[in-house]
Design a protein around this ligand. Structure first.
Ligand code: E4P
Length: 220
């Protein structure tokens, strides 16, 4: 499976790349805007933070197919093997088809329904990103949508991967992996939750305390 961080925080990527088996970093326009760094500065920094070993994702801003294709070229001029995120609108589907013909890898993003996600895979997207928490927030069932999408891709577009996104809890991400998703992207707070274990910290502290009491030191 592939584990991504959904962030534009270069320092955090550097720190977490040491700990997690990271496949790369995903961004979206809101995430980039929050960091206030232009993409031509940010993307190379993120790439370096992963020591050039991860895959980067950045999103087009145009809303017409031709504009999205032009944006894809601009993004790939910054990072040549970048995966281009394209919102799955009608124009987005046309753009994904055009980019597929050029051999440019895409991710169909802003996916709120299984049929919408399947269409992006059939158009040629390598990844499809359903928005789990945002689907829940509007009264839908994010995990169920992911399960249906994963099943549809397995049956009809087996080369495309679900890259499940928009999480508020580690449990949501685990449920997507249990549904068979091959990739997830985690915001920093959810990634942090995955590696904070208060009970384990307490157990380790007790080991140290016992060792210290017996031997007057905490080392072996
Ligand atoms: C990924 O493609 C999305 O941009 C992202 O995960 C959305 O997350 P949010 O719903 O927490 O903003």
């Amino acid at each position: 499976m592939e584990l991504y961080l959904d962030t534009s925080d270069v320092a955090a990527v550097k720190k977490l790349a040491r700990i997690f088996p990271l496949a790369g970093v995903t961004t979206n326009p809101s995430i980039v805007a929050a960091g206030k760094k232009q993409l031509d500065v940010l993307l190379p920094e993120l790439y370096d933070a992963m020591e050039g070993k991860g895959r980067l994702f950045a999103q087009v801003m145009a809303t017409t197919a031709d504009g999205m294709v032009a944006d894809a070229h601009k993004l790939r001029a910054i990072i040549p093997d970048l995966v281009v995120k394209v919102p799955v609108t009608a124009e987005g589907l046309a753009a994904i088809k055009l980019l597929k013909e050029e051999g440019i890898p895409t991710l169909g993003t802003a996916v709120y329904g299984a049929a919408q996600g399947l269409l992006s895979a059939l158009a040629g997207a390598e990844y499809v990103a359903p928005y789990v928490n945002r689907i829940d927030a509007q009264g839908g069932n994010g995990i169920q949508t992911v399960c249906e999408l994963q099943e549809l891709l397995t049956l009809h577009a087996p080369r495309a991967k679900v890259l499940a996104a928009s999480f508020k809890t580690p449990r949501q991400a685990l449920d997507c992996l249990l549904a068979g998703c091959k990739s997830v992207t985690l915001p920093l707070d959810v990634a942090q939750q995955l590696i904070s274990y208060p009970a384990v910290d307490a157990a380790v502290a007790k080991f140290e305390q016992d060792w210290q009491s017996a031997f007057g030191r905490t080392s072996l």
